[in-house]
Design a binder for this molecule. Structure first.
Ligand code: 16G
Ligand code: ZN
Length: 532
């Protein structure tokens, strides 16, 4: 039964701030850390309910605000297979977070139990972790109080990257089954990746070192822990922006989001021409690569470039292994993918476009035998369908070269974190491919040239008035706006533009692409004026 008194008295220690409403959005709850204590407590309760609803399977809680400034924090829930919380439960997260008093919280818990058919007799199990933000310590305590109020079995994963937490959830729920994903410890995660990477890298001619900007976040200590396991001789890496103890440094003038949106190297990182660089974001679930040419011009290798590199490599392995009749590769993108990447990919593979947000990409990728998904911002991974996994493990190769391709394919399956985008795993994937191809970043970049593009933010009175369709590429509302955008686009050579309400900020975003830098800027400004 429900211990209402336990909830009520614990809730009294985590009062809800007035004049704030919370919404569980595409990336969970995210706000200034000072406002989040009650929300964390309530997320603990929700995770316990979710676990009970799913027959006591382990649910994950990650306390992080990713690339947001250091003073923010946030929290997201992870479902048993290591994927994002099912969207049907987001409304309950929002309801609980906004209950105005201890009593109404209890009533809301009752309401969620009723609506979802939770069996209170089931013991709940939850694993939780956090990033390097100074606010995490007290916010995690609030989560624990929420878990305790429902007498939950807890696993404290401590300081972890977001994808490590997703990995742990999947491992804990599959341990001892035929679908076992790995040893449910962070050490097990390192060993799994290190073994796979060693298989793929051994015997290859080493490339010059990769410099990794860790965004002064959790990726720094975790990358170093991994390097101890894998050893430096197969993976020469120089970690920079790796300070997690100095206040205000997290994500500041560095990290994947900074590099992608500013289109420049982290501040004070001097790019040596033609060398490889990569940036993680604050919770290490995104990565972008870049380099400078001989003139010092910055070149970004973003999620689109990664998708092309990865899809091409996997298709080659599948073919060389003799599996190209039974295993089909597909790519999933969003409307933000550069048009040049879509054109390039479409020549070789089926490409699907879905709305922004990891859950949409992940879901669409599941419909391919091998689904490669990346957002342009550097979040992405590769999913192998269950049938494909058994095909790969049962296949007997017909030649020594087919056999070599097959072992590489098998190692690749282990190298890739299939629960969610993972900066460390994606870094290893890219490094593996460059090693096999013996490519410099410029050779990788040669596949296609990005069309000039511009992203602008427009503040509007009410962004909920903006309703999109066709994977966010068209505006159904406000009426007439799409027709005006179409007119503007038609006047520009190579023009493409779309408008969507942000899921994380109170604004709408305008994206525009065109044949030249100037016309792309102009188109973005024209469309911004149309929606304003
Ligand atoms: C969230 C999404 C990210 C997306 C971004 C777009 C997840 C875990 N994260 O951070 O994938 O790129 O939102 O932000 O789904 P926007 O809606 O403000 O443009
Ligand atoms: Zn992130």
């Amino acid at each position: 039964s429900l211990n209402e008194q336990a909830i009520r008295s614990a809730s009294a220690n985590h009062p809800r701030p007035h004049n704030t409403t919370f919404a569980y959005g595409t990336a969970g709850f995210r706000a200034n850390a000072d406002t989040l204590d009650s929300t964390m407590f309530r997320v603990g309760i929700l995770a316990a309910l979710r676990s009970k609803k799913l027959a006591g399977q382990t649910i994950g809680i990650m306390v992080t605000a990713s690339h947001n400034p250091e003073q923010d924090n946030g929290v997201k829930l992870v479902d048993p297979h290591g994927e994002m919380l099912h969207s049907s439960w987001e409304q309950y997260a929002t309801l609980l977070a906004n209950a105005v008093s201890d009593d109404s919280l209890v009533a809301t818990v009752r309401q969620v139990i009723q609506a979802t058919g939770v069996d209170l007799a089931v013991k709940a199990k939850v694993v939780f972790g956090h990033d390097t933000r100074p606010s995490c310590r007290s916010l995690v305590r609030a989560v624990v109080d929420g878990l305790a109020a429902l007498d939950t079995d807890q696993v404290n994963a401590g300081l972890v990257t977001t994808p490590q937490l997703h990995y742990l959830v999947r491992c804990l729920n599959t341990e001892g089954t035929p679908e076992a994903y790995g040893e449910p410890t962070v050490d097990g995660y390192y060993r799994k990746l290190a073994t796979a990477y060693s298989t793929l890298a051994t015997g290859r001619h080493l490339l010059p070192a990769l410099t990794v900007d860790c965004a002064n976040g959790v990726g720094a200590p975790k990358l170093k822990e991994f390097l101890k396991v894998v050893g430096n001789d197969l993976l020469p890496i120089i970690a920079v922006r790796d300070s997690t103890t100095q206040a205000g440094h997290l994500n500041f003038d560095c990290g994947a989001d900074y590099v992608k949106t500013q289109q420049r190297a982290p501040r004070n990182v001097e790019l040596v021409p033609w060398q490889r660089y990569a940036s993680f974001d604050g919770d290490a679930d995104r990565i972008v690569f870049y380099y400078a040419d001989a003139d010092g011009v910055f070149h970004l290798l973003d999620g689109d470039k990664i998708a092309g590199l990865v899809a091409g490599f996997i298709m080659d392995l599948v073919k060389d292994a003799g599996l190209d009749d039974s295993v089909k590769v597909g790519v999933v993108q969003t409307a933000y993918a550069n048009g040049a990447s879509t054109k390039y990919l479409t020549e070789g593979v089926p490409v699907t476009c879905v709305p922004t947000g990891v859950k949409h990409l992940h879901h669409a990728a599941e419909s391919y035998d091998v689904g490669v998904y990346f957002e342009a911002n550097g979040h992405g991974t590769v999913l192998f369908s269950p049938l494909t996994l058994s095909t790969i493990s049962a296949h007997s190769p017909s030649s020594p070269s087919a056999s070599a391709a097959l072992s590489n394919l098998r190692a690749l399956v282990d190298l890739i974190n299939q629960t969610v985008g993972d900066a460390i795993s994606d870094m290893l994937l890219v490094e593996t491919i460059l090693l096999h191809r013996q490519w410099s970043p410029a050779q990788w970049d040669r596949a296609y040239s990005d069309y000039p593009n511009r992203l602008v933010k427009v503040l509007v009175a009410d962004r909920t008035q903006f309703v999109t369709s066709d994977a966010e590429r068209r505006l159904d509302k406000p009426e007439g706006v799409q027709a005006a955008i179409d007119d503007a686009v038609a006047k520009v050579d190579g023009g493409r533009s779309f408008v969507r309400p942000s899921g994380t900020e109170d604004c709408v975003r305008v994206y525009a692409e065109a044949a030249t830098r100037d016309t792309a800027d102009e188109l973005a400004n024209t469309v911004a004026r149309i929606v304003h």
